[in-house]
Design a protein around this ligand. Structure first.
Ligand SMILES: [Zn+2]
Length: 339
C-alpha cells in the first residue's frame, strides 16, 4: 500500500454484472444502508448531501462494535428497502451471510477490501477504521463502490470523497505530530480495538485486558494485569466509553496508574464530522496520558514530515482469509498490494 491520494487508481471493488441498479427497492431514489457507526460516518460524508440519495444506519448509533451481533427483524426490513449495503468487512459483520441470503439482490460494498489486516493468534482483527490511514482507504473504497453502482452521481461521490479525505489527511498529520514526542509509547487497553491505531502512531499495545468486549476479566487475569502494569511501570490504562471501566478501575487502585478513556469511534453523534472530533479528543487524551517530551520542545513537525507515509507493516494475514470465510458474498477479485 502506498501513499493514499484521493484520486489514486482505485480497486474495482464491485463485481461486473452488479452495475445496474434497475429493480432497486427505492423507486424514488437510492437508499444506501450502512452496517454500523464508523461506516455510517464515512458513507455520510461521501453520499449524505446528494439529492435523491439516502444514507441510513442499520444499527443504532449506540450499538458499538458488531461482535456477535444478531440481526433483528427491524434490521431485515431496513435491508429489504435498501439498494446498497455498505459494511466494514474484515469479519466484523458476522451476520453478513445471513443478510445476503435473506436479501440476495442487495449490492454490497466491503469497505476494508484490499487493506492488509492484523490478526491475533490467527483471529483477524476487524477494527480497521480506528487507523486514520486505513479509514481513508475505506472512504476511497466506499466512494469507488458507489461510483460504480450509481454512475449518475459518480462526480458528486468523488468530489465529496476528495473533500473528506483532505480532512482526514489533516487529522492524521495533526495526530502524528502530537504523538511523535510522547514520553512513553506503551498502552494497555480493554478491547482489541486499537492495534491498527497503535501501529499507525507508533504506540505499543502491551496488553489487552478483555479480548471479548464487555467481558470482565477473572481474578487470575486481573492479577496478571496488575503484575504486568507494575512490572512495566505503566502509568496510564485506557478504558473505552462504550464499556464498563470496572476492571480498569480495579487495576488502577492496585497500581497507582490512571484510567483514561480512548474512543474507538463506534458510538456517537450521527454528524459528518464526528470521526474527526472523536479522534481529536483521543489525541488530547493520549497527549495527557502519555506525557509530552520536554527535551525536544523546539522541534516543530514540518508539513513534509507529517505526511511521510509510514510503511505498511507485514501483518501476516490478509483479506484473503476473510474472503475464504465469506465466499458466498465475495463479489470481487483484485490483488492485494502489501508492499
Ligand atoms: Zn470491537
Amino acid at each position: 500500500m502506498n501513499i493514499l491520494l484521493p484520486f489514486r487508481c482505485l480497486p474495482a471493488i464491485v463485481a461486473a454484472g452488479l452495475l445496474s441498479l434497475t429493480g432497486g427497492a427505492s423507486a424514488a431514489g437510492l437508499r444506501i444502508v450502512t452496517s454500523f457507526y464508523p461506516i455510517y460516518l464515512a458513507t455520510l460524508n461521501v453520499a449524505g448531501d446528494i439529492p435523491g440519495v439516502e444514507v441510513i444506519n442499520m444499527t443504532r448509533p449506540f450499538t458499538g462494535c458488531l461482535h456477535d451481533y444478531q440481526m433483528t427483524p427491524g434490521d431485515l426490513v431496513t435491508l429489504e428497502k435498501a439498494d446498497i449495503f455498505v459494511v466494514n468487512g474484515a469479519g466484523m459483520e458476522t451476520f453478513l451471510d445471513k443478510a445476503i441470503g435473506q436479501v440476495p439482490r442487495l449490492k454490497l460494498i466491503q469497505a476494508s477490501d484490499g487493506i492488509p489486516l492484523l490478526a491475533t493468534a490467527g483471529v483477524v482483527n476487524p477494527h480497521v477504521w480506528v487507523s486514520v490511514t486505513a479509514h481513508m482507504q475505506q472512504v476511497e473504497n466506499i466512494a469507488a463502490g458507489l461510483e460504480q453502482l450509481d454512475p449518475d452521481h459518480a462526480a458528486l461521490y468523488r468530489k465529496n470523497a476528495f473533500a473528506y479525505l483532505a480532512k482526514l489527511d489533516a487529522l492524521r498529520a495533526t495526530m502524528r505530530a502530537g504523538l511523535q514526542n510522547v514520553k512513553t509509547r506503551d498502552i494497555i487497553t480493554f478491547h482489541e480495538a486499537f492495534p491498527y491505531f497503535a501501529r499507525e502512531f507508533g504506540l505499543t499495545v502491551v496488553a489487552v485486558i478483555e479480548r471479548e468486549p464487555g467481558s470482565e476479566p477473572n481474578a487470575r487475569e486481573l492479577a496478571q494485569a496488575i503484575t504486568l502494569v507494575k512490572k512495566i511501570g505503566i502509568k496510564a490504562i485506557f478504558a473505552e466509553p462504550q464499556y464498563s471501566a470496572k476492571a480498569a478501575d480495579a487495576i488502577a487502585r492496585e497500581t497507582g496508574a490512571t484510567v483514561y478513556r480512548l474512543d474507538p469511534v463506534v458510538t456517537g453523534p450521527m454528524t459528518p464530522d464526528a470521526y474527526l472530533i472523536i479522534m481529536q479528543a483521543n489525541l488530547q487524551t493520549l497527549e495527557q496520558a502519555l506525557g509530552r517530551q520536554t527535551t525536544d520542545a523546539g522541534h516543530q513537525t514540518t508539513e513534509c514530515e507529517a505526511n511521510i507515509e509510514h510503511p505498511t507493516p507485514n501483518y501476516g494475514i490478509s483479506t484473503s482469509t476473510i474472503r475464504n470465510r465469506h465466499k458466498k458474498q465475495e463479489k470481487i477479485s483484485h490483488g492485494l498490494n502489501t508492499d
